[in-house]
Design a binder for this molecule. Structure first.
Ligand code: HEM
Length: 401
């Protein structure tokens, strides 16, 4: 077992190149996290898909915690990775998962997403209106948009949005922060959401937390801690993911002007283009941690019980065994069937919302800025560090030559 990490400078420069090498070398790669915990990477499409539905591979939080500690390498520190608000669907297996997901499914209806669309349009316009001829598409647009949408969806008062953006940023990319900072952020978020859920119970409004409180009070099934934790997962999962759908998708279009021109000429291609943004350079590089509850064999390799498994979605989506010319960006490619939203029972609950946000964002950006171009050469753009997310540090653009 190696104690060096695959998530090094080479990975930061070009994760696709690293994953291509790993897929070539074998179905699974033993490596370590940046904080010295032993993990196994699954990199090929079919294996990633199978691992996400294998009942012997668990996401249950308590078990994960034990396996984390057991797999700390010398000098390793697993506290940061374990510092989450845990009692929710993302960190549980059926039947707990089924029970925990149900309440959110009941409240997060298609009708609620439909009703949110005009608000997303307004928020997007509010962000775009003051922009000049040069701006950072991430900082000035892609980062605030989904944060404001998730704040609006959950019913978080607008004054608190910046604080929640900071907290969810620390939570989602634990591997890029100091473990103590991640623990503190998780505690602060928990305290905030506890107060918010109490406030919604006392004074319900037309928002997702109030709706979940109502479902919870009507048919029970989950306790208060679980309700708060479910609000947490929606907040965290709904933010940075969508940021990088917009950022990575726009980077791909700017790097491929012929595809950009094609999309401008035929806006009806947008839904397919969004699926290709998600496949080609999806915002989520890996699933959250899983572990083996008993020995499993992945792609012919035996992995003992008690091992941490990381499914590499970014890698699966570029697997040449699954996609013809997998490294080619093609907005007319279909059907994509990418794994960017996961697979199986944990399939992303927010996928319909993310798609609506993506549609609004790209439509507005393309309509408003017919001359949009990168303000720095595309190959100078840099990726942010971390294992879970795949997104740019900045995307400077100009609207005129
Ligand atoms: C482009 C944007 C998004 C991407 C790529 C994405 C990706 C994912 C992935 C890969 C998973 C499964 C993780 C795993 O199995 O380890 C997941 C789960 C989840 N996502 Fe998303 N997500 C996005 C946007 C959102 C939004 C906007 C929300 C909510 C407002 C959301 C809420 C959730 C929730 C609650 C789960 C947990 C589902 C479960 O465990 O049953 N996501 N997402």
């Amino acid at each position: 077992m190696t104690d060096s990490t695959v998530f090094d400078q080479d990975y930061l420069r070009d994760p696709h190149e690293v994953f291509a090498r790993l897929r070539e070398q074998g179905p699974v790669t033993p490596t370590a996290t940046a904080h010295g915990v032993k993990i196994w990477l699954v990199t090929r499409y079919d294996d990633v898909k199978a691992a996400m539905t294998d009942p012997r591979i668990s996401k249950a939080f308590a078990g994960n915690l034990e396996v984390f500690k057991a797999n700390e390498l010398e000098g390793g520190d697993s506290r940061g990775a374990a510092a989450v608000v845990p009692d929710n669907m993302l960190f549980s297996d059926p039947p707990d998962h089924t029970r925990l997901r149900r309440i959110a499914v009941k409240a997060f209806t298609a009708g609620r997403i439909r009703a949110l669309r005009p608000r997303i349009e307004q928020i997007s316009a509010r962000l775009l209106d003051p922009l000049g001829t040069e701006f950072d598409l991430l900082e000035d647009y892609a980062i605030p948009l989904p944060a404001m949408v998730i704040g609006e969806l959950l019913g978080v008062p607008e004054a608190d949005w910046p604080r929640l953006i900071r907290l969810s940023g620390t939570a989602i990319e634990g591997s890029a922060h100091d473990p103590a900072e991640v623990v503190a952020a998780a505690q602060e978020t928990l305290a905030y959401l506890t107060d918010l859920c109490a406030a919604k119970r006392a004074d319900p409004a037309d928002d997702l937390i109030s709706a979940m409180v109502a479902v919870h009070d009507e048919d029970g099934g989950i306790d208060d801690v679980e309700l708060i934790s479910t609000s947490w997962v929606l907040m965290v999962a709904g933010h940075e993911t969508t940021v990088h759908l917009i950022g990575n998708g726009m980077r791909a279009l700017l790097a491929h002007p012929a595809q950009m021109a094609r999309l401008r000429a035929d806006p009806a291609l947008l839904p397919d283009a969004i699926e290709e943004f998600l496949r080609y350079d999806g915002p989520v590089a890996t699933g959250t941690y899983r572990y083996t509850t008993e020995p499993v064999t992945i792609g012919g390799v035996d992995i003992p019980a008690g091992q941490l498994i990381v499914v590499c979605l970014l890698s699966a989506n570029r697997d040449a065994a699954r996609y013809e010319d997998a490294g080619r960006f093609d907005i007319t490619r279909k059907p994509a069937q990418h794994l960017t939203f996961g697979h199986g029972v944990h399939y992303c609950l927010g996928a319909p919302l993310a798609r609506v946000e993506g549609e609004v964002a790209f439509r507005h950006l393309l309509e408003r800025f017919p001359g949009l171009r990168p303000a720095v050469p595309i190959d100078r753009l840099t990726w942010r560090p971390g294992m879970l997310m795949h997104g740019l540090t900045a995307l400077p653009v100009r609207t005129r030559p």
